[in-house]
Design a protein around this ligand. Structure first.
Ligand code: IMP
Length: 427
């Protein structure tokens, strides 16, 4: 066995949580490698809905060791809340660990995220305001505080004193906000430290040893390629790398260990927050998709912007990630539409592009080039075999394979763990 990676190919919210949950049944270890509680993963198990933000979706399988990896930014208070929710449902959390290298989202990161967005006005990113960007910024300016600092609490207090002085200066002088009190912050962390320390481990060794022992290690992505800090629609992106390259960075594994790289593609497109979206629909079809697909943010409750499937975007994700397999989700949502459009390229200032331009102004100016497909009316949520799908639906799917030159291994036709058509066994 080697590393399995599950990543998003669009703007997040593709339904990765469900797929990770399905694959986790056979996994020995599940590792998150980037992002934080900006993610919102909804998993339905036996009709019961679980919404996870920071915990890997695979944590609903207590047989597998679950690691919040070095590249993740961890809000310790949110972590404890999510653990408490699972425990209140009678679920075990003993198998959940945090990498000692993971950076901590501090309360001042959350405040700064909010203040920065407010100050940005019309230039705002539309962040989830969970402190993600400010925490990663501190990581790279090297003012960050890591999980292992909680073990060595003297060091934690010293680092916090230094960082807080700088952060309070920003909060007060730039944003005219209320500064944090050092002693009060120390007391808040002292109060939760004992609950966290037993879960903090050196994870790089643990993950590589599991791979050496041929265990099935599943690397669970959050967000998606178009939100990638380098290759998304910058600056309307998140602050990490949600691609297979991000696994190497954020989990501490070498590229050749990642053998199965599974890209999750929602059968249409959605986006939350600001930023260009070439195939966005502003009409009743967009509303139909939003309502049929319940496209409201699992983290912030914001209505998601909806549009046609953009294969220019999915192909970008195939290239960036080296995808070996595609998983198509929410195709049942498209039932009832007479015709479907699929974006197969952009027209930008007279040129036809079959890639994503780097300048956000070019993406904003892009006109979609569409290919039209016939729709279908049937409820497909109970289909178990590919042959059971309406012919038009099969045509839509086979075009995705053809355009991306990547096979579809699983088609999710409904929210439950069991609403799937498996076309190639993934594990
Ligand atoms: P941040 O990650 O909170 O800084 O937000 C940056 C951008 O990424 C915003 O447009 C968010 O809406 C978007 N974003 C972050 N996490 C997710 C996610 O899990 N799904 C969809 N969009 C996300």
């Amino acid at each position: 066995m080697s590393g399995y990676v599950v990543v998003g190919t669009q703007w997040g919210d593709e339904g990765k949580g469900k797929i990770v949950d399905v694959l986790s049944e056979k996994a020995d270890m599940i590792v998150r490698f980037q992002g934080g509680n900006n993610a919102g993963h909804t998993v339905v198990v036996n009709g019961e809905k679980h919404v996870l933000h920071l915990l890997p979706s695979g944590c609903l399988h207590p047989h597998a060791k679950c690691i919040i990896g070095p590249g993740v930014v961890v809000d310790p208070f949110v972590l404890l809340e999510e653990l408490a929710v699972l425990e209140s449902k009678g679920m075990s959390t003993k198998h959940i660990y945090i990498s000692d290298r993971a950076h901590l989202i501090m309360p001042y990161h959350i405040l700064l995220d909010q203040l920065q967005e407010e100050k940005a006005g019309a230039n705002k990113i539309g962040t989830t305001k969970r402190g993600i960007g400010p925490c990663y910024a501190d990581k790279y300016t090297r003012w960050g505080i890591r999980a292992h600092d909680l073990i060595h609490f003297d060091a934690f207090q010293k680092r916090l004193a230094y960082a807080l002085q700088l952060k309070n200066e920003q909060i007060v002088n730039i944003y005219h906000g209320t500064p944090f009190d050092l002693e009060e912050l120390i007391a808040r962390f002292a109060a939760i430290r004992d609950q966290l320390v037993p879960r903090i481990i050196e994870s790089v060794h643990a993950v590589n040893q599991a791979l050496d022992e041929d265990q099935l290690v599943l690397f669970e992505g959050a967000q998606a390629a178009m939100l990638d800090i380098n290759y998304g629609t910058y600056p309307f992106v998140t602050s990490s790398s949600p691609t297979s390259a991000g696994v190497c960075e954020g989990a501490g594994v070498a590229p050749q260990r990642l053998k199965h790289i599974i890209g999750v593609v929602k059968a249409y497109s959605t986006r939350v927050g600001e930023g260009p979206f070439v195939s966005e629909l502003h009409d009743e079809i967009g509303t139909y998709i939003r309502e049929q697909g319940n496209e409201y943010g699992a983290t912030t409750g914001r209505p998601r912007r909806c549009g046609w499937l953009d294969l220019n975007v999915v192909k970008h994700a195939c290239i960036l990630n080296g995808l070996t397999d595609l998983v198509i989700t929410k195709i049942d949502v498209l039932s009832g539409l007479k015709e479907l459009q699929v974006c197969v390229g952009y027209k930008v200032n007279g040129a036809v592009l079959d890639y994503i331009p780097s300048a956000v102004s070019d993406v904003e100016a892009a006109q979609p080039i569409y290919r039209t497909f016939a729709g279908w009316d049937e409820d497909i949520s109970q289909c178990k075999r590919y042959e059971d799908l309406p012919k038009q639906c099969q045509e839509y799917l086979s075009f995705i394979e053809e355009y991306t030159n990547t096979r579809i291994s699983l088609i999710s036709v409904g929210p439950d763990r069991n609403n799937n058509i498996i076309t190639h066994a993934l594990v």
